[in-house]
Ligand binder design. Structure first.
Ligand code: ADP
Length: 643
């Protein structure tokens, strides 16, 4: 540790510079939120100290009375937020206030549009935190000392929010952090932040739920002016919001509390607050955000559920309290029974925690069911943001598989849009007479699914097919084999058994056609060799000459491609080529001698292309097509295509 008295000048990480610039420009109309962010950090710092002190009471330095203080100097136009929480060491200051340590930060900045209003929202989702001070301040000074370090081991950090900041060692008697903002000039006196009245108003609005007392100097009328006195007063309620009865918490208070625990900028979509009694006693206040955070796909992202034990903060992001597929849920769980010294390691094995997790999961699913039932628009919004994550649950959470299945939404041939809005129950309600399966197709894109040749017979018969084009959908259908007593069936797998959707006359006709083409089928099989597992006549096609299907227990083409793209080799089973006996191209093959192998190869390749696959030899395909086109133009037998 360098113990220098001259300030050292250091540059911000590039992303911090970008964030500062954007924030100052796009969040000005929301500038009051800076105080919420600073108070929120101060509160977290107090929570962290209390937790560390469980094992090391010396950290309290004989002062276990945790609090936050807000003071201002009207003349100097400064505002200071102080806490006697954990504080920061020099290294921590440099890491925490000079860099952003979130994965996906770079991608996040690339996603910004330059449109201030849209970006303001995005920045909110990213989390503005400490840096939001620069919306209202043109200089910020932080003086901090980590609990347990000597009084001469404090650090002074200062920046004007440009490209750099300074750090130097300094002295500080009390542990914790003082953040002083040198306020920017305001045009309108009513926007003045160095005002007791204004600050109280902002605190009550945004930070009432903070557990520690937020102190300010009481103001008194003297000589017709309101002046600070020596006496302190607590400006917020300073009680744990989740511990209050529901009837005593307003909608706004729930929302502001969410912004604190969820590090979010926008109000949540929905929440559930309840107290559980019985073998395990705990309170849960769980929120579903309105929007996915930018790092939703990072399965290690932080900021999940905060765990408290009898109001004492124990840890952030207690991932054991929520299954991974509900990682977007934010909130608080406060247990009455767990020991205060519980560690992450113990949490992992604790059966009590398992029971709490099961209880929290049920509550969240109940909340979602309620939205799906009674607030369909909200549920649609939820599904758009988090549907893909919830789908993971079908394979992850065996105990709740049926409840999850009911919450799933898919695109289907029933609607024209791409939206995933069809539930399995909707589908079952529309099933045709004689239909006993729930049909689906998986493909790489929605269009590939919608236009797949495999759907031709289903269109003709008016049978709905679910169109699955999320990667995770393969996982869903891999684990969900039936719903409401009906099995789920891929239209691109196995033999097509339409059961009583086909009548006897159709079946007879099919057998006749199969007999007539036996020879052609055999020749194609020989020609394609190992590229196919089998070749057979199909009745699933009306317009296309051929398609590929996977054998009943083989892995489908789409899944094989997904696995390949993530570097996993799928077991190499060849597909089955099915040909349409009524198609003129297939008819044409009967009399073909010279180019039979080319025709067979083209049939196979086009079927592969139609399902989104990649040709092994694209140049060969092009060459064959050209050759066949020339041959046709040169007076060979003409092909009349249907449709
Ligand atoms: P976030 O709170 O989302 O982590 P911030 O930019 O607000 O992001 O803060 C960055 C980090 O700086 C915090 O995670 C915390 O470690 C540290 N920090 C901020 N304010 C304080 C404070 N008052 N006391 C101790 N540490 C703080």
């Amino acid at each position: 540790m360098t113990n220098t008295t001259t300030p050292e000048r250091l540059g911000f990480q590039t992303e911090v510079k970008q964030l500062l610039h954007l924030m100052i420009h796009s969040l000005y109309s929301n500038r009051e939120i800076f105080l919420r962010e600073l108070v929120s950090n101060a509160s977290d710092a107090c929570d962290k100290l209390r937790f560390e002190a469980l094992n090391n009471a010396a950290l309290f330095e004989n002062d276990a009375d945790l609090k936050i203080r807000i003071s201002f100097d009207e003349k100097a136009r400064t505002l200071t937020v102080s806490d006697n929480g954990i504080g920061m060491s020099r290294d921590e200051v440099i890491t925490n206030l000079g860099t952003i340590a979130k994965s996906g930060t770079q991608e996040f900045f690339q996603s910004l549009t330059g449109d201030q209003r849209k970006d303001a929202n995005l920045i909110g989702q990213f989390g503005v935190g400490f840096y939001s001070s620069f919306i209202v301040a043109d200089k910020v000074t932080v003086v901090t000392r980590r609990a347990g370090l000597g009084t001469d081991q404090a650090v002074r950090w200062e920046s004007e929010g440009g490209g750099d900041y300074t750090v130097e060692m300094t002295e500080k008697a009390g542990r914790g952090t003082d953040i002083t903002l040198h306020l920017r000039a305001v045009e309108d006196a009513k926007d003045e932040l160095a005002s007791g009245w204004k600050l109280r108003q902002i605190i009550r609005k945004y930070s009432d739920h903070i557990v520690q007392p937020i102190l300010m100097k009481k103001e008194e009328w003297k000589d017709e002016k309101q002046l600070p006195s020596d006496e302190d007063e607590t400006v917020n309620r300073a009680s744990a919001l989740w511990a209050r009865p529901k009837s005593e918490v307003t909608e706004e208070q729930y929302q502001e509390f969410y912004k604190h625990v969820g590090h979010d900028f926008e109000p949540p979509l929905a929440w559930v607050h309840s107290r559980v009694e019985g073998r395990q006693e705990y309170t849960q206040l769980l929120y579903i955000p309105a929007h996915a955070p930018f790092d939703l796909w990072d399965r290690h992202q932080r900021h999940g559920i905060k765990l408290y034990v009898r109001r004492v903060f124990i840890m952030d992001d207690a991932e054991q309290l929520m299954p991974v597929y509900l990682r977007f849920v934010r909130g608080v769980v406060d247990s009455a029974d767990l020991p205060l010294n519980i560690s992450r390691e113990i949490l992992q094995e604790s059966r009590d925690i398992e029971a709490i997790r099961a209880g929290c999961t049920k509550k969240v699913l109940g909340l979602l069911e309620d939205l799906a039932e009674n607030q369909k628009d909200k549920y649609a919004g939820f599904w758009k943001e988090f549907g893909r994550v919830l789908k993971e649950g079908v394979g992850e959470d065996h105990a709740n598989k049926e409840r999850l299945a009911k919450l799933l939404r898919f695109a289907s041939t029933h609607g024209e849009g791409q939206e995933e809005s069809v539930s399995l129950a909707d589908y079952v309600g529309r099933m045709k007479e004689g239909q006993d399966k729930i049909y689906y197709i998986t493909a790489d894109t929605h269009l590939a699914a919608r236009n797949s040749p495999h759907l031709e017979i289903f269109r003709k018969k008016g049978v709905e097919v679910l169109l699955l084009s999320d990667r995770v959908d393969e996982w869903v259908v891999g684990h969900l084999t039936e719903f409401d007593g009906k099995s789920l069936a891929s239209v691109a797998k196995g033999g097509l058994d339409l059961g009583s959707l086909e009548d006897a006359a159709e079946k007879q006709e099919q057998e006749k056609q199969a007999g007539a083409l036996k020879d052609v089928v055999e020749r194609i099989r020989t020609s394609l060799g190992a590229r196919v597992k089998d070749v057979r006549i199909t009745h699933r096609l009306t317009d296309s000459p051929a398609c590929l299907v996977a054998d009943e227990h083989d892995i489908g083409g789409n899944l094989a491609r997904i696995l390949k793209s993530v570097g996993q080799d799928a077991p190499g089973t060849a597909p089955i080529l099915e040909i349409n006996p009524t198609h003129p191209v297939v008819e044409r093959l009967r009399g073909e001698e010279k180019h039979f192998d080319d025709w067979a190869a083209v049939l196979f390749d086009q079927a592969l292309l139609a399902e989104g696959g990649q040709l092994e030899d694209p140049a060969g395909f092009v060459k064959r097509i050209n050759q066949l086109m020339l041959e046709m133009g040169g007076g060979g037998s003409r092909i009349v295509l249907p449709g």
